[in-house]
Design a protein around this ligand. Structure first.
Ligand code: PLP
Length: 359
């Protein structure tokens, strides 16, 4: 029997991907040169569709990398001379800060309490900070930083670049692109695609900063340095032979999401998150890990399990449903449920019913 995946990355594949893969093979796209008009057309379609779905303004470029991990490194190399500031609310935001430290940058770190976020009020203004790193949706703890917080941080750091990790919340979150300088995601989370592609959205301020660093003879990388990537992107090309299938599939799935309507997709996500959080409210074992409802993620729903994670995971597995275990040290006392667009309402309802059968 086919398994139903509720895992937060890699995650359930968007239902139309099967057809799009066959089409890509049938049309020979995967053997066409990445310097051909065909590839440029694929890049352009994916870019245009993403701009429309997410409302990305024209002063942002859309660049392709191998993963979000790569984007962390590229951001550090290309936008930080000396000093970056990191809001750490879980394992992913922590890793970004570590990369900056490994590059010898002075990293200012604000740590959130477990299951919460850093409050902007606690952050001290500092006009030497060049990059502020915010994780909108922490996939390891299931917290979401409210958008108002991003706007308050912008006010405190007018000179800095603000980069938002929205790996497990785009396209559900509406980001305030006029208040930030970069956002990024990888495709194996909310977009329901095979892993191996990161999408880096960067504005002209980031590009200007990379130019500034280069003019000071600071090394901004080699093969994927921002200035070279952005220049190629103007002509809908990539430096390397890219993940053509990944870029093609992303464009097609975003096209399907446009046809369905982003409003509808966002409403369904809210509805399904409600089914999970409220449907499990009276469960004798499960409790939402994030106590403050305002900070609870709608796309990665995390429950404490009274150390019964393994039993719950196996109980569901026997019913062909796969959920995520807790992240890192939470392995045995959390379960993580992805509430991404690839998963339908009925599937979330069925999962909630089965979880209620486990007592
Ligand atoms: C998964 C994830 C990443 C890393 O993505 P990769 O594609 O594995 O590099 C980064 N940030 C968040 C919030 C994530 O969920």
């Amino acid at each position: 029997m086919l398994q139903l995946y509720f895992t937060p990355g890699p995650s359930a594949i968007y239902p139309t991907v099967n057809l799009h893969i066959k089409e890509a093979l049938r049309k020979g796209y995967l053997s066409d040169s990445h310097r051909s008009a065909t590839f440029k057309g694929i890049y352009k379609e994916t870019e245009d569709n993403l701009r429309m779905l997410l409302g990305i303004p024209d002063n942002f470029s859309i660049l392709f990398t191998s993963s979000a991990n790569e984007i962390w490194e590229r951001l550090v190399q290309n936008t930080v001379g000396k000093k970056s500031l990191h809001l750490v609310n879980g394992a992913f935001s922590k890793r970004f800060a570590e990369i900056a430290a490994e590059y010898g940058k002075e990293t200012i770190i604000y740590n959130a309490e477990e299951g919460s976020v850093v409050s902007p009020d606690t952050i001290k203004a500092d006009n030497e900070v060049e990059l502020v790193a915010i994780t909108h949706n922490e996939t390891s703890t299931g917290v979401s930083q409210p958008i108002e917080d991003i706007i308050s941080i912008r006010k405190k750091f007018p000179q800095a670049l603000i980069a938002v990790d929205a790996v497990s919340s785009l396209p559900i979150v509406e980001l305030p692109y006029d208040q930030i300088d970069s956002a990024y995601f990888s495709v194996q989370k909310c977009f329901g695609l095979p892993a191996g592609l990161g999408v880096w959205i960067v504005n002209d301020r980031c590009i200007k900063k990379a130019e500034e660093l280069e003019s000071k003879k600071i090394i901004t990388g080699s093969y994927h340095k921002l200035l070279a990537m952005a220049k190629k992107a103007e002509d809908h090309q990539t430096i390397e032979t890219p993940n053509v299938l990944g870029i093609y599939l992303l464009g097609k799935v975003v096209g399907d999401m446009l046809n369905k309507g982003i409003g509808q997709i966002r409403n369904e996500t809210l509805y399904k998150a409600g089914v999970l959080y409220y449907g499990l409210q009276t469960h004798p074992l499960l409790n939402p890990f994030v106590k403050n409802e305002k900070l609870r993620s709608n796309t990665v729903c995390i429950f404490e399990t009274n150390d019964k994670s393994i039993e719950i995971i196996n109980f569901l597995k026997a019913k062909s449903m796969v959920i995520g275990s807790g992240y890192g040290s939470f392995k045995n006392n959390h379960i993580r449920i992805a509430n991404f667009p690839a998963t339908g309402k009925e599937q979330i309802e069925m999962l909630t019913d089965k979880l209620n059968d486990f007592q």
